[in-house]
Write a protein that binds this ligand. Structure first.
Ligand code: VGL
Ligand code: ZN
Length: 211
């Protein structure tokens, strides 16, 4: 049984990393990643505050397996903690880093790029993996007067999850729009992310719950 949530004047939608490299054919393709686009487009039409995040790495980024001559989807220990090593993806200025061509980006009022520091990854749209460097998104949403934060996009278990955690930590009620997300699901990461969302009091809803 669904609930009904009215979209209010101060509700913010964060659309996470709906970029070519996370869609089928991309360097770090998420299964069905492109299937969120029509749902996200419809959501963007309805929310008064819309922000996109864009994964935006320099060549040789610390999160790339190639940088360490290691296999992708393994991990290494960095000063800030364990880092999953990814295929090269979302390189600044590349076509893979562009938004999906059907994403109606004209609806967005701000684009927050993240992961542009060579030595620090950033799953979250708010704060990099060193848990110190800020992207500016908290300030942006505060100044826009955001009262609730809704998160959708790619990937559920990495950038969507971390963005939702940080929005909640900053004090907003947070809802993840599950059918407008797709996951990487590496070694139980999706189950882990859902457990962590539950622990933090982040709600999971569907687009149909928004009347
Ligand atoms: C992401 C892995 C590496 C994401 C970004 O958008 O979820 N995942 N970079
Ligand atoms: Zn990345």
């Amino acid at each position: 049984m669904g609930m009904t949530i009215r979209i209010e004047e101060r509700d913010a939608l964060i659309v996470v990393d709906v970029q070519n490299d996370f869609c089928p054919g991309g360097a770090l393709a998420v299964a069905g990643g492109d299937s969120v686009v029509p749902i996200v487009d419809r959501l963007m039409e309805r929310f008064p505050i819309v922000v996109l995040t864009q994964d935006w790495h320099p060549p040789g980024h610390v999160s790339f397996a190639s940088t360490h001559a290691r296999e992708a989807f393994t991990t290494i220990e960095l000063a800030y903690g364990t880092q999953v090593l990814w295929p090269d993806h979302c390189i600044q200025g590349s076509s893979g880093a562009e938004f999906h061509p059907s994403l109606r980006i004209a609806r967005a009022q701000a684009v927050i790029r993240k992961g542009y520091n060579g030595g620090i990854d950033s799953y979250s749209g708010f704060q990099e993996a060193d848990r110190t460097t800020q992207t500016g998104l908290t300030g942006y949403l505060r100044e826009r007067g955001a009262e609730r934060v809704f998160v959708c996009g790619l990937a559920t278990d990495y950038c969507v999850a971390w963005t939702a955690y940080d929005a909640k930590t900053e004090g907003w009620p947070v809802m993840v729009v599950e059918d407008a997300c797709r996951a990487i699901d590496l070694d139980g990461s999706l189950e882990g992310a859902f457990a962590e969302m539950e622990r933090r009091g982040i709600d999971r809803i569907t687009a149909a719950d928004l009347d």
